[in-house]
Design a protein around this ligand. Structure first.
Ligand SMILES: Cc1cc2nc3c(=O)[nH]c(=O)nc-3n(C[C@H](O)[C@H](O)[C@H](O)COP(=O)(O)O)c2cc1C
Length: 382
């Protein structure tokens, strides 16, 4: 199987599985506990159906949207994800270049493997910096200032990861950073020598968003420890209100799932929220983000930008979320599997397929602009 044989999410996933050592594939593919939220995220789209209009004159389609003050050529962006150079040596550089090619936004994680400064210089497509809140308030201030001076336009604070989710697949393989693989995990690496060659022939693995602030070799020795020792579980609305004030720009909370939290986000001055359950990787048993979207849009959709992620695999999933009222939609695993499969050309193919699906589906729906999508296009099954 090769990249040209990939026509959808499942094909990218299959190719990624072929290329990656098992522990890394399962880190991307897995969710928390029994993975029930992870499964429901995509299944939730099946509970409603699109109702197309015909004879609408659809020779040209405009997929552009403006969200968080940024003009995007398509309503789908690459959600921030950790450790990308582990999946393919091009890592964040590949994702940034592909996002630029399709004129969309991408997020760089606090646990990214290329620095926000380098990425900001590489591309001029909008970048969001995904932030975790540390116990050390000075560190938070310094990191925010650093992102500001790099020219990052959007701050995205993740609020659903106050503690790490229970990823049992990782426990079974021994996946952690740095690697502490169990015997089974080591065998899985030995089975993928091409990945290992590639990984070890390129620049040494690092976490440049944190390296200059935190000595990862001493006090903090693993990502697990980072979550336990460095992040602040006492983070509350007052803390975030201060951050919003300090940032003084587009500020978005990622991982809001309730109507009342969406309201509070407006009250503290956020300009956006992402309705997201972290792709089912945090609280298993939580509702699918799609099922929760309409009540949040009803609450704050006229006041701030409501974005959406978790479970998107198809253009029609995107159209359903936009019809409910999301302003833009993030993908995670879809572009990560494509990255693992083939680097930059892989991510480009994922975005190209998404773009083509959206254009075709808009035509079939009888819509020429994203604003024309509304709840009139949807019917929920009883
Ligand atoms: C391997 C992996 C790593 C991720 N790392 C982060 C991260 O560092 N910060 C964050 O806010 N979200 C992270 N996420 C969550 C994504 O940003 C996004 O919310 C999620 O993947 C969307 O669900 P989907 O994969 O079903 O599209 C990660 C997701 C995956 C799959």
């Amino acid at each position: 199987m090769r990249l040209k044989d990939c026509h959808n999410f499942h094909d990218f996933r299959k190719l990624a599985k072929k290329r990656l050592p098992g522990p890394i594939f399962h880190y991307i593919d897995g969710g928390a506990d029994d993975e029930s939220t992870y499964r429901r995220n995509t299944l939730a789209f099946e509970q409603c159906d699109l109702v197309p209009d015909v004879l609408a004159g659809v020779s040209s389609i405009d997929l552009s949207v403006t969200v968080l003050g940024q003009k995007l050529d398509m309503p789908v962006y690459c959600s921030p994800t950790a450790l990308q150079r582990l999946f393919h040596h091009q890592g964040e550089r590949a994702v940034a270049a592909a996002a630029q090619k399709y004129g969309t936004l991408f997020g760089v994680s606090s646990l990214g493997t290329v620095s926000i400064e380098e990425i900001a210089q590489q591309v001029d497509t909008p970048q969001a910096y995904q932030f975790y809140f540390h116990k050390d308030r000075e560190l938070n201030k310094v990191m925010l200032a650093r992102a500001k001076s790099a020219g990052v336009p959007v701050m995205m604070l993740t609020v659903d990861s106050i503690t790490g989710g229970n990823r049992e697949r990782d426990l079974r393989t021994g996946f952690s950073i740095p690697f502490h693989l169990n015997f089974n995990g080591l065998v899985q690496f030995a089975l993928k020598p091409a990945w290992a060659m590639n990984y070890f022939m390129h620049e040494k693995f690092s976490l440049p968003q944190l390296d200059s602030h935190v000595d990862m070799s001493a006090g903090v020795s693993s990502i697990g420890d980072y979550f336990t020792n460095m992040l602040d579980p006492s983070m509350n609305w007052d803390d975030v209100a201060q951050m919003v004030e300090q940032w003084d720009g587009q500020f978005c909370l990622k991982g809001v799932m309730s109507r009342q939290d969406a309201r509070r986000a407006v009250e503290i001055g956020c300009t956006g929220i992402v309705v997201s359950n972290h792709g089912g990787r945090q609280l298993d048993g939580s509702r699918s983000s799609f099922d929760q979207l309409s009540e949040i849009v009803d609450e704050v959709g006229d006041e701030i930008d409501v974005l959406f992620d978790s479970g998107i695999q198809r253009g029609t999933h995107v159209l359903k979320a936009l019809s409910i009222g999301a302003k833009a939609v993030g993908i995670g695993r879809m572009y990560l599997f494509a990255l693992a499969a083939a680097g930059q050309v892989g991510v480009e193919r994922a975005l190209e397929l998404m773009n083509k699906e959206l254009e075709r589906d808009m035509k079939l729906m009888g819509k020429t602009t994203i604003e024309q999508l509304s709840r009139n296009n949807l019917r929920f099954r009883q």
